[in-house]
Design a binder for this molecule. Structure first.
Ligand SMILES: [Zn+2]
Ligand SMILES: [Zn+2]
Length: 186
């Protein structure tokens, strides 16, 4: 279980408490116990959504966008894979539909976004997500993709159009000119 301090810190990082963040807290808490924390790059996360949940996952697990051990696939799925480099341990967590479906339906049927009733249902959802058995909310399966490679540092090359320095892997030669992505699009 996360400590009240951990929960407060996650909310402060994200900016508000919401059901999505709460999902991410459960994932983060589970990963901390099963995989440990990624002080550096020893654990890699691959997330298939960019919703609120991923803030809690980054904050708690130490898998972060900037370190390169947090990879976003824009699939629009509540699915989260984790890999541990030392032993290849891996998992893919996906949310089960059933548990929260009814509450979500109920919430959607309420008229105003800021109605008291809607808030109450949101609060109920949060409590349910925090208190349910992990496997009641998430299906646990092996990862479906191989472990991502470690983040590499590439040399920078100057784009011959805009003059800005660009990671070499993002440069392409068009009509004999080394161009960055935005300049290629023009
Ligand atoms: Zn949120
Ligand atoms: Zn350019």
């Amino acid at each position: 279980m996360l400590t009240p301090k951990q929960i407060d810190d996650v909310i402060a990082f994200h900016g508000h408490l919401c059901p999505g963040l709460t999902f991410g807290m459960r994932v983060g808490d589970w990963v901390l116990h099963e995989f440990g924390r990624a002080e550096d790059e020893e654990i890699v996360a691959v997330v298939e959504t960019d919703m609120c949940s991923v803030d809690a996952i980054q904050f708690l697990t130490g898998c972060t966008f900037g370190k390169g051990n947090f990879i976003f696939l824009d699939y629009g799925k509540n699915a989260y894979s984790f890999f541990r480099r030392s032993d290849g341990k891996n998992v893919r967590l996906t949310t089960r539909g059933g548990l929260l479906h009814d509450l979500r339906e109920e919430q959607n049927q309420l008229a105003k976004d800021d109605s008291e009733e809607r808030k109450n249902i949101q609060q109920k959802m949060i409590e349910k997500i925090l208190s349910a058995d992990f496997e009641e909310i998430f299906a646990i399966a092996p990862a479906q993709i191989p472990m991502p490679e470690t983040a590499k540092i590439h040399v920078s090359i100057r784009c011959e159009q805009c003059g800005e320095m660009v990671m070499s892997t993002r440069i392409e030669i068009i009509d004999g000119k080394q161009l960055c992505i935005p300049c290629r699009k023009k």
